[in-house]
Design a protein around this ligand. Structure first.
Ligand code: 8Y4
Length: 298
């Protein structure tokens, strides 16, 4: 066989390079952790809010949350997302002091015993700073580092970050959400934040993007985003999706009182099929089982 027969045509080399660049970008660095996003990853939700772990005082609350977090890891969580302030529609903000009291003791305790990255769900720079000092390896910010000082905290660390889209603020965001083209506007916002955060010195492989389901979006907006998730995966950073138990699922099933697990599983699998790499969920075990079915056909 002549040498020229073994030479790949330019178009094949281009295709290989394109595939390689995709594989290279599917690495997510958060602190000392390097997540290889060649399979869907599960971010398990650990809420430390009074409504999730009522009474019993601070120590009881940390103990309960710790036990819950360890169960999520046993169930297959790849990341733990610790949050101390509810960002549900209509929720009131909590004070900095109260948020720190809720999350820092738990992160300190968790960091000593788990080897998955711990994410801090906050938009407050001081909470980010103290959480990172306590062992958090990732910041999950529903404000995409727009609060003054937040970008600097992340840039001056080695943690990973999730930049999420939100229109308005939690207290009022669901009152009259409006877009001309929700997919284009979310894409534009995420692209701008990606540029701002990389310009501040955060490497591309430390960033994941999130369309922010339910955050200042109507039923039609959420459906349009889920249907058109794939274009958002082309911005150059992996996509994280949170649809677990959200009321937008009830809007889709038409049954507000229904159990939301079946709809949450469907939403998670659809998201993965459309290119999402990390799913933020409450029901880790059930989601992990569903992903095994998807993995079997890859
Ligand atoms: C039941 C329980 C029903 C919780 C609804 C909810 C996202 C997020 C939230 C998300 C990222 C929530 C902090 C809303 N959602 N972070 N956080 N993406 N990155 N509501 O979609 O879970 S809180």
């Amino acid at each position: 066989m002549a040498q020229s027969d073994k030479t790949l045509p330019i178009s094949a080399i281009d295709s290989c390079m394109a595939i390689l660049s995709i594989i290279r970008l599917m690495n997510f660095q958060c602190g000392k952790h390097a997540l290889v996003l060649d399979r869907p990853h599960i971010m398990g939700i650990v809420n430390v809010t009074p409504d999730s772990f009522s009474d019993g005082g601070r120590y009881a609350r940390v103990d309960l949350a710790l036990a819950h977090a360890l169960q999520l890891i046993a169930d297959g969580a790849d990341i733990l997302d610790v949050g101390g302030e509810s960002t549900r529609p209509g929720a009131e903000p909590v004070s900095l002091e109260e948020e720190l009291n809720r999350v820092i003791p738990l992160i300190s305790a968790l960091a000593k015993v788990v080897n998955v990255p711990i994410s801090i769900d906050t938009y407050k720079p001081e909470v980010m700073r103290q959480a990172i000092a306590a062992g958090a390896a990732m910041v999950n910010d529903v404000q995409a580092l727009r609060m003054p000082g937040a970008l600097e905290v992340v840039a001056n660390s080695d943690v990973g970050v999730c930049l999420m889209h939100m229109q308005g603020e939690p207290k009022t965001m669901q009152i009259a959400p409006h877009y001309h083209d929700v997919v284009a506007e979310v894409q534009q916002f995420l692209s701008e934040r990606l540029n701002a955060v990389t310009a501040a010195g955060v490497a591309m492989d430390r960033i994941v993007l999130d369309p922010g389901f339910g955050f200042g979006k109507s039923r039609a907006h959420n459906i349009a985003l889920l249907k058109n998730l794939t274009p958002l995966t082309q911005l150059g950073a992996p996509l994280l999706v949170g649809l677990s138990r959200k009321s937008i699922l009830a809007a889709m099933t038409g049954d507000e009182a229904a159990q939301r697990l079946p709809a949450s599983i469907a939403a998670a699998v659809i998201s993965v099929m459309k290119g999402a790499k990390i799913l933020r969920v409450h029901d880790v075990k059930a989601t992990a089982e569903a992903f095994k079915v998807w993995a079997a056909i890859q």
